[in-house]
Structures are given as C-alpha cells and as structure tokens.
Ligand binder design. Structure first.
Ligand SMILES: Nc1ncnc2c1ncn2[C@@H]1O[C@H](COP(=O)(O)OP(=O)(O)OP(=O)(O)O)[C@@H](O)[C@H]1O
Ligand code: SF4
Ligand SMILES: [Mg+2]
Length: 335
C-alpha cells in the first residue's frame, strides 16, 4: 500500500542562534578600555517535533533552554536560524497574518504560575481572556460556560472562577495556567519548568494531568526541565543541551538505556532512580564555564572524562543525534 510522503514535522527548528550583548555601559567601556562582550545563549540548535509528541529539552541552569523556548513561541527574535510551526515560518515578515493566526495555536506555561497570572483578575477573567481575544466563543453566558468546562477539565470547580489566584495553592495555580493555555484551543504548548517550583507529590499530579490532556486533545509539547527524572515520564524524545548547543537527541527510552554523549552520562549518573540502583553515583562534576568566554572546540572538554586532543580544537558536528568526537570515532561503546 502506498503510504504517501512522511508527514512534515509539526515544529521545525533549524540552526537557531541567539546572541545577547552583555557589554558594560558605554562610559565604563571607554574609561576601562573594555571591549564589547557578547554571550551566545543559543548556538546553532536544530530539532523537529512531531505532532502529538513531547519533545523535552534538558540541561543544567544557563544551558539556553528558556531562550530556545522564547524563540520558538515568538517572544524573542532569533539572531539567526528559523522556526516553523505547522509549515508557517515564525520569522517571515511576509506571513504576518498567518503568524497571527498561529498565535492562537501556540501557548506557553511557565515555572511560576503566580507570576504569569494577573493577581488582580479573578480566575474566570484570566481564563476568559484568550477566549475573547481569539473569538473562540461569543456571548457572556457561553464564555462563562466554557470557563467552567475548562476549570473542570483541569480538576478544579466552575465556582473557582470567582476567586483570585492567591486563594489557590501552587499546584492549583498551575492548573489554572493550563486551563488558560487550553482556552484558545491551543495545539502546541511550550512548558518551561512547569513543575519545578512544586512539591514532588504535586509535581506528579500536574504531570499526569498534562499527559491526560495531551492524549485527549492530541497536544504537542515542548517540555523544558533541568531534571531528567521528570522528563523520563513525559518525553517521547529528549534533547540534551550544554552551553547553548544540543549535544544529544534520542528517543526517550533510549536516552536512559543507552546514553551516548559523556555529558548525558554524567547527568544520568546524578538521577536517583531505582532502575539505576547498583550503579555508582558520581553526580554532575565540575561547573558550567562562563558562557561569555566558552572553552574552545567541544565546550564540554574541561569537564569530560574522555577528552582527547581533537576535542580542544574542533567543535564536534552532530552525527546521528550526537555531537562528540569520541562517540563519532567509535572510541566509546554505547553504555
Ligand atoms: N536577556 C538576556 N540578556 C543577557 N543574557 C541572557 C538573557 N537571557 C538569558 N541570558 C543568558 O543566556 C544563557 C542561557 O539562559 P537561559 O535562561 O536560556 O538558560 P536555561 O537553560 O533556561 O537556565 P535555567 O535552567 O536556569 O532556567 C545564560 O547564560 C543567561 O545568563
Ligand atoms: S567531543 Fe571530546 S570533550 Fe567533547 S564530549 Fe566528546 S570526548 Fe568529551
Ligand atoms: Mg530557564
């Protein structure tokens, strides 16, 4: 049977870069004869996300995860590279109208729901706002009805619409943020550390809710976390970031059973997990270098137990989802 051409990935990110000017103020530069300074927060990142899957980005603090997220949703313009969603380029000025329509389909959930929910608005108004803005439902009675449905969907009560955000716990506030994201009938939700501020038991409830909603509505997630244990239960595929670059992209299960990049192995060694019991716990060694003056070649080389001469001079290309000279030369076997 002819199955036709493979479906185009829902999200395509190509060679995305973002440089920040972190120079001192002009007068200091003149007096101290200090040069301008630039920070490569994201340095050539490419990945695809298929419709209905969860693609996770993991990496230590400062690796560039949030900067990627903000560029993907259009909150931050890239210095270079492209993002296209549902075949529409996010940075093509000629398709401004289409991009506007795309906005309804993309939503973002942040780590701190309290900061992202207007404290002076009642929950009903917060959730109704995207419904009104995008004209999803018309008429006050229908909007109130839809808000009640959405609150029920995320495990709250329609009467909660009359309360203010501060009347809820952290987990409940994240449920409100999810309801607001769903209010515009979003298809793609970018979640930046959505459960990192919550207690472990509450984290599990929110992750379960997100998975249920994904199955029910066929949602596509870009899920960001510094915690591999969290993404393990969420991700279809995982991308590991280090100093603005993707060093490994693997299917979720494969990343845990056969980590390839030395940095991935180091991160996994720090994950407390019964499945890994018996294995020596070494943890994450060393500190992330200053991103303003990153190490030469493979930027992981000062921390890498497998470093050899080539690593200090040459940035490893991504081959078969891994950017590592030792892996690419067959110097290390899969774990
Ligand atoms: N607006 C900005 N101006 C200057 N530097 C920035 C800006 N935003 C981010 N950075 C820098 O870019 C790098 C990547 O930051 P980013 O917030 O994307 O990392 P992250 O992986 O999300 O970290 P975390 O896990 O702490 O949230 C960091 O070195 C950060 O200091
Ligand atoms: S390229 Fe070299 S330094 Fe970088 S991760 Fe691979 S072995 Fe380590
Ligand atoms: Mg972040």
């Amino acid at each position: 049977m002819n199955q036709g051409p493979p479906e185009r990935p829902f999200v395509q990110v190509r060679d995305l870069r973002r440089i920040f000017d972190v120079s001192k103020p002009w007068l200091n530069r003149v007096l101290e004869r200090a040069p301008r300074q630039y920070l490569k927060a994201v340095d050539g990142v490419s990945f695809d996300i298929r419709r209905g899957e969860t693609f996770a980005l993991v990496g230590e603090s400062g690796s560039g995860k949030s900067t990627v997220a903000r560029m993907v949703v259009g909150l931050l313009p890239p210095s270079d590279g492209t993002v296209s969603i549902a075949g529409i380029s996010m940075n093509d000025v000629n398709v401004a109208q289409e991009r506007q329509r795309l906005r309804r389909r993309i939503q973002m959930i942040f780590q701190d729901p309290y900061a992202s929910l207007n404290p002076r608005w009642r929950v009903g108004r917060i959730i109704a706002e995207p419904i009104r803005a995008f004209g999803i439902v018309h008429g006050e009675a229908d909007i109130t009805g839809r808000v009640g449905e959405l609150l029920t969907l995320v495990g709250l009560h329609p009467d909660d619409a009359g309360k203010f955000p501060h009347e809820f716990s952290g987990g409940q506030r994240q449920r409100i943020a999810i309801a607001r994201a769903l209010a515009s009938n979003a298809e793609f939700i970018v979640c930046d550390e959505p459960t990192s501020a919550l207690d472990v038991s509450v984290q599990a409830q929110i992750l379960n809710l997100m998975r249920d909603l994904q199955q029910r509505f066929g949602l596509t997630y870009l899920f960001i976390s510094h915690n591999l244990a969290v993404v393990r239960h969420m991700a279809t595929r995982i991308g590991v970031m280090y100093l603005g670059r993707l060093v490994e992209v693997s299917e979720g299960k494969q990343l845990f059973s056969h980590p390839r990049h030395p940095y991935t192995r180091m991160l996994l060694d720090a994950v407390p997990d019964v499945a890994m019991a018996g294995k020596a716990r070494e943890g994450v060694k060393g500190e992330i270098p200053n991103p303003i003056s990153p190490p030469s070649g493979c930027t992981f080389h000062p921390r890498c137990p497998l470093v050899f001469e080539r690593c200090r001079v040459e940035n490893p290309p991504v081959i078969d989802g891994v950017a590592c000279h030792a892996v690419n030369q067959g110097r290390i076997a899969a774990a």
